[in-house]
Ligand binder design. Structure first.
Ligand code: BYC
Length: 330
């Protein structure tokens, strides 16, 4: 892939070296961007490959629960918006795979890890979209959580990831509004429509909070990630920001959050919420969520069905290369 051509790191020097590491940390602390050909600690490279590839996989698998409703959207306007949104998610996956490829790993390798069940993707996409209101909830809550997590990634120390995130965040904010508008329309509709919106909030609220990952106490990567300015806020900090931003939006809709402990805490100025079921998150990440099996089956089928496209693209590239070689030789 072309992005790998950016990377000529073999010529740059040893991957573990305290002197280089101190200089690297000073650059990061000084808010300089790290670029593909710069020296970087091997652990920094691995942390980025892990996070960026999981992020790319999440975008691609995330197309499935929403793609499921394209043919059933209630109006042409809703259908066009949903189609564009799902296409955007595919585009986000592609920018992210391209960013990962600048780190000495190929897209083929990453996709293979996903299809073999060895790579993670966001837990949220292992929940089903049962009603049209769920499409609203995915936009409002899932994209809302994604934006909260991803805006700080625009300032991530690794240049290609940070730059990819700028465009992704612009598109995500449009997605969030389209979701909120669906839920707003339903919550101002008939009693049945309002009940649909409430049902979607009931189903998606807790899984959305789980998107931010384990608690700070349990998070394995946060320390390093914050030191290297990949992450700018901890999992719990971002989760709290999301709750503070989202609860007033839900109350404006006249909906009730499925959390009897949710209350505004005057002393801290934050919304306090009940305990998250982190066992459920662990189960979903381990492959035992409601839709893990179905999602992977759909991805494998799409990959197999697309084999002819990849073969045709390779054959076409080979034909162009050999025509160019012949023309040069003449
Ligand atoms: N689901 O040490 P921790 C989207 C894993 S796409 C699954 O805190 P870290 C959208 C974690 O990977 C949304 N796994 O990790 C698309 C690690 O396992 P490994 C995706 C999770 O990296 C379409 C272990 O648990 N967004 O927005 O410091 C339509 C320990 O965690 C989850 C991104 O990928 C989870 N929820 O923090 C609509 C954003 N949480 O790798 C919307 C970029 C944790 O050691 N990623 N794990 O095997 C991040 O910001 C961070 O990677 C996380 C986790 C906050 C997710």
């Amino acid at each position: 892939m072309y992005t790998q051509a950016l990377n000529t790191r073999e010529a740059i020097g040893p991957v573990e070296d305290p002197e280089h590491e101190a200089r690297f940390q000073a650059r990061v602390d000084g808010e300089e961007k790290v670029e593909p050909n710069d020296w970087m600690p091997e652990a920094y490279r691995r942390l980025l490959v892990r996070q960026i590839s999981q992020h790319a996989h999440s975008e691609i698998v995330g197309m499935l629960p929403e793609g499921n409703w394209i043919t059933r959207a209630p109006t042409l306007r809703r259908k066009a918006a949903l189609l564009a949104k799902v296409q955007d998610e595919g585009g986000h996956g592609l920018y992210l795979y391209a960013a990962a490829e600048t780190l000495d790993v190929s897209r083929e390798e990453l996709v293979e890890q996903l299809l073999a069940g060895k790579a993670k993707y966001s837990s949220i996409f292992n929940y089903p979209t049962l009603t049209w209101a769920d499409i609203g909830a995915v936009g409002w809550l899932v994209d809302g959580a994604a934006i909260m997590n991803q805006i700080p990634l625009c300032r991530c120390s690794y240049g290609p990831y940070a730059r990819a995130m700028i465009r992704i965040c612009k598109e995500e904010s449009f997605h969030q509004r389209q979701g909120y508008e669906i839920i707003l329309t339903l919550s101002r509709g008939t009693a049945e429509q309002k009940a649909m919106a409430q049902g979607a909030l009931n189903r998606w609220w807790w899984p959305s909070l789980m998107m931010f990952g384990p608690s700070d106490k349990e998070s394995q990567h946060s320390d390093k990630s914050m030191r290297w300015k990949v992450k700018r806020f901890s999992n719990d900090e971002l989760r709290q920001k999301f709750v503070d931003a989202t609860v007033p939006q839900g109350l404006y809709l006249g909906l009730t959050f499925p959390d009897p402990e949710l209350r505004f805490d005057e002393a801290s100025g934050h919304w306090a919420f009940g305990a998250i079921d982190f066992d459920e998150l662990r189960q979903v990440i381990a492959g035992n969520g409601p839709c893990n099996h179905e999602r992977m089956k759909a991805r494998r089928k799409a990959h197999d069905d697309g084999a002819w496209v990849r073969e045709a693209a390779l054959a076409y590239a080979e034909k162009r290369r050999s025509r160019r070689d012949t023309a040069r030789a003449a």
